[in-house]
Design a protein around this ligand. Sequence first.
Ligand code: FES
Ligand code: FE2
Length: 380
Amino acid sequence: MFINNWYVAAQSEDLEDTPLKVTMLGCDFALYRTPEGKAACISNVCPHRGASMADGKCKDDGTLACPYHGWQFNVAGDCTLIPSRREQDPQALAPGVKIDAYLTEEKYGLIWVFLGDDPDSAAPIPDIPEFEDDAFVHTRAVDEWQANYHWAKFSNLDLVHLPVVHGIQFQNQENPFEPPPAELKREGLGFNHLYYPSAGIREGGEWDKLREDGEAKQVESYMKFSVAGWMLHGRVEIGGVGSGMHNAFYEFSTPIDDTRTMMTYIFFRNFMTEPEINPEHLKRNMMNVKQDKAIAEAQRPKIAPHAKDPHGLYTADEDTVIALYWDIMEEMRAKGWQIDRLTLAEQNKDARYRVIPSPKRQQEKGPWVHPEVPRFPKTI
Ligand code: FES
Ligand SMILES: [Fe+2]
């Protein structure tokens, strides 16, 4: 798993007055809203005696009070009050006391948290232009998968699975199972990808009316991947190029840990925008998700082998996208952002709690009660 990245931590609507405990990258976080309504995130483990901060209360001054002895921490992670010694400066009582605090943004109805200590080098939160476009309506879903986040992501990045798992075939070639050459372009810590599936729309229901004369038309499918939010965006013009009817999805994957992934979906459409169509729109999209989930959860080993084509089984065109994905993972590792899972397991034998480092750790080297998770060394 990787630090120094933006992740979707929760849905805006789920974060109200009560703090939320969220597990990401194997660590626990407390999400809460200040009295002004601004979302904030700190490590969930109180530096004093390890109580769960998410069980605490948000105070009028915007601090979060620990449920055990009431120590209060502000959104920057500074300890502002030790109630049993009200008059005294917490820094005099417990020199250096602080908690990791993480950058938090609220956008597109999602709470985004930057997990890491180097926000300036990170991929930015992706744009969702459909959100600003009144022609589009959307539906949402959240689903926890008992699957490694790489496996979960591949369930949509992978091309060959489209005909096999979803029945979406490729056009203009003898073998409709053979992916067409990918028009693949790297962009930052992600890529854009264009390919041409068949106009196969599932039979029946309202959707069937979108196909003129039952003719299959030229269809262009656009995909975009960014490590920010571990986002996959797909867009297709229903009924063929030029129809003007766009179906788009955004899928965000947040690793809960190495074997569980929180999947967040936003599905857009600019046709049949009546609200009564929403349930069918959601159902159709979730049908694909269900098929992908079954594959990903059954995959073994439970944690995807972290390398490009470790066994020499990739075929040129079919796995171009996956190969590029692994190149990006290599780069993230070389930046020193990948958690060293085996070393972490070894270190955890001392039964200490290890945290994702926050930006404050860059300025204040110590003392921190909880050590950082170990990472692969930076090589670039
Ligand atoms: S454990 Fe949090 S204040 Fe004591
Ligand atoms: Fe899929």
